[in-house]
Design a protein around this ligand. Sequence first.
Ligand code: NAD
Ligand code: MG
Length: 328
Amino acid sequence: MQMYTEKDVDTAILAGKRIAILGYGSQGRAHALNLKDSGLDVVVGLRPDGASWPKAKADGLDVKEPAEAVKEAAITAFLTPDMVQASLYETVQPNLAEGSAILFAHGFNIHYKRITPRADLDVVLIAPKGPGGLVRRQYEEGHGVPCLIAVEKDASGKALALALAYAHGIGGARAGVIATTFAEETETDLFGEQAVLCGGATELVVAGFETLVEAGYQPEVAYYECMHELKLIVDLLHEGGLKKMHQFISDTAAYGDLVSGPRIIDAHVRQNMKDVLSDIQDGTFANNWIKETENGQKEYRRMMNEDLAHPIEKVGAALRSQMDWLDN
Ligand code: NAD
Ligand code: MG
């Protein structure tokens, strides 16, 4: 494993150079503001009729249409939704400076060959391992979110140094930047969010809630047990791994964890995880998502509405309205 830290960064490589940030959502806003606060020359590329344009302006940033923003940029970062990056690349490609770099926060479009970059361009990845809000907050507090770094194409001979300086500019080098490949980042990122972080965790929560409610327990009590308290456990895991969690939970909880955890995540679930990973590796998942997008994302919206209509959402909203310290 290779990890880069601040001492490995050559900040001079970006001195006087312009960085174009395409998209101003979760990652785009965090990267643009952090890079600007790091003293770099940042321009944001957005659709003039989009909702992000006034936001970026209000944050004091220089905003242009994407094809204008990329002119003279040493690095162009694609921070729009993954599904629009291929057509956006076609739009800006003629204006990308000869020998400049294109940068991604997730390898999807390069790995699944949705974008075939021009031969003179460096192609790099800086993928923060956290949502944009955290990338911004950690930076403001003098910390950083760890990042992955990869170089798909080193046309200039300086691609790694350029990407490292960018990672430093968003605060990532403070926490450590681990070397990977576009393939490893893309496949592990998709697997993590599907099997564990988003898909796995939410299905576990909802299935636990349904099990208790169907057995006749109060939904409010089931909500506290299965959703609310998850944060305490995740914080312990984040801070000190399994060991810290076991230090802070009761002996009874620890014994129950050890005997019942493997009954829940059994061989069948592990096989399902392998199947999900295969679909990611052989491109099935990517093709389905691309097809769904070409069909107007109707099925995606239907499933999303169904998810948000679950009773746990109603119970949760009512209980959270009592917790006036929460941002909701
Ligand atoms: P997002 O959905 O939050 O942001 C979308 C932004 O793109 C908005 O500002 C929108 O106005 C703009 N946009 C949409 N279509 C556009 C177009 N055609 N032209 C110009 N701008 C357009 O996106 P995100 O979640 O920040 O994801 C950006 C990238 O970062 C993706 O590659 C994603 O995989 C990656 N990533 C995201 C996270 C995360 O926490 N959200 C974490 C790591 C990596
Ligand atoms: Mg992810």
